[in-house]
Design a binder for this molecule. Structure first.
Ligand SMILES: [Zn+2]
Length: 433
């Protein structure tokens, strides 16, 4: 999107009425609207403002020195998929971010009744499968692993297991309660309410000269690109390398390497050893920490700006869809990832603006996106409906989606315009195949 277009939208946002008091009836369908999402403002509250949003103990260092930095209001649990025909209201939970003043961990706020554990219904994307294979090749080479050495992989709700590739390389898989040469945690740690507990268990699993490879969402791109829908229930921590090192130190572990990797909007693959067997950290660890400090993600200030920036992103999505509808263009979504309920709730987008979405996972077909009435259909529905525009809700694999649609529709004459809401709102055409 052109900078001036985004600026114009931002201006419109500033003038927009407070949508938290939405009309009780939907103007288009006449149907009763879902209750106020209480999040249209994507507000930040003044830290320490008290009430029920008082600080809580850090999920890593237990410090009470935590600050509320973002309040997204009441948002449906990301992984609740009701039947499309089920018109019951989905339960909503507070979605807040806190920053720890002592260990710098950015984390989900307190949840009195947290939603259930994330249940993977997703089909691994080609991007995720390729990433798993490439990562294993790199790890085996860099750590000098050889056939017969042992590996433990902790389950990740994000799927795309690395274990089959390790087995292909000759490593021997062991159960979670064993001790192994290599422990692999790919997006597992952040799903734990208690990070200390997980890291203590990792330390027990690692042989004295063993390695832990831990890949996690990196808070830097989250803040830098305002990846607002990455923040959701079930993701309890948004780690920086600075916060990770402080967590490791409490378990006599040391970070020896950290590499930014381009998956899920921006992650880091870290290599960790027992302090007793750790070599000096690779210079890029210090580089990443310097970049984190200069962006300010080790303190609350940069995070306090996320609310206003998130409002720009979600308002841009809503205004884009309103513009398409006003212009008489037909539109549908691509993907029903667990981040979609957050993005659509914050943008106040429902079935009147996005009549349906499609997903590769058969387990999601016939269901609807939580907090909305938007049904989830097989991808074939998109090819038969041939909408003018497609909103890519799985924006982190937008290029893979574009290629897939181009191949699937080759020769049909259908060539929709794709809208990718994040990390920067942009439109793209299907590539030539
Ligand atoms: Zn802390």
């Amino acid at each position: 999107m052109a900078a001036d277009e985004l600026a114009a939208q931002t201006k419109a946002v500033e003038k927009a009425p407070d949508l938290s008091s939405v009309d009780p009836a939907d103007s288009r369908t006449g149907q009763p609207a879902r209750p106020s999402l209480n999040c249209a403002g994507v507000s930040t509250r003044v830290p320490g403002s008290g009430g029920d949003m008082a600080g809580f103990d850090c999920r890593a260092c237990r410090s009470a020195n935590t600050t509320l930095v973002l309040d997204l209001g009441m948002v449906p649990a990301a992984d609740t998929f009701a039947q499309a025909s089920d018109t019951c209201e989905d339960r909503r939970f507070p979605l807040t971010l806190y920053a720890c003043g002592d260990c710098s961990l950015v984390q989900l706020g307190p949840l009195e009744h947290p939603p259930g554990p994330e249940e993977s219904r997703a089909v691994d994307s080609q991007t995720a499968r390729g990433h798993a294979q490439a990562s294993v090749g790199t790890v085996v080479e860099q750590l000098g692993l050889s056939p017969g050495q042992t590996v433990i992989e902790l389950d990740s709700a994000h799927g795309a297991s690395w274990l089959p590739s390790f087995v292909d390389a000759g490593l021997v898989p062991l159960p979670e309660d064993a001790v192994a040469d290599l422990v692999v945690d790919v997006h597992h740690l952040m799903h734990a309410e208690d990070l200390n507990e997980v890291m203590a268990a990792h330390a027990r699993r690692m042989a004295p000269s063993g390695h832990l490879v831990c890949e996690f969402f990196h808070v830097r791109p989250l803040v830098e690109h305002c990846l607002i829908d990455t923040i959701r229930h079930g993701h309890y921590a948004y780690l920086s390398v600075i916060a990770l090192e402080r967590l490791l130190a409490r378990h006599s572990l040391a970070l020896v390497d950290a590499v930014p990797v381009d998956v899920y909007g921006g992650s880091v693959r870290s290599t960790i050893r027992h302090v007793t067997s750790a070599q000096e950290a690779h210079p890029r660890v210090a580089e990443i920490k310097r970049a984190e400090s200069s962006l300010g993600v080790d303190g609350p200030d940069a995070l306090l700006e996320l609310g206003a920036r998130g409002r720009e992103v979600t308002t841009a999505l809503r205004q884009h869809l309103e513009g398409l509808t006003a212009a008489g263009r037909t539109v549908a979504g691509y993907g029903a990832p667990s981040k979609a309920p957050v993005l659509l709730a914050l943008a106040q987008v429902d079935v009147d603006l996005l009549p349906f979405t499609v997903d590769m996972a058969p387990q999601k077909h016939g269901l609807r996106v939580a907090g909305t009435s938007i049904p989830i259909h097989p991808v074939e529905r998109l090819l038969s409906a041939r909408p003018d525009d497609v909103v890519v809700l799985t924006w982190d694999i937008a290029d893979e989606v574009a290629s897939h649609l181009a191949r699937s529709s080759a020769g049909s004459g259908w060539s929709p315009r794709l809208y990718v809401p994040l990390p920067e709102p942009r439109t793209l055409s299907l590539p030539t195949v």
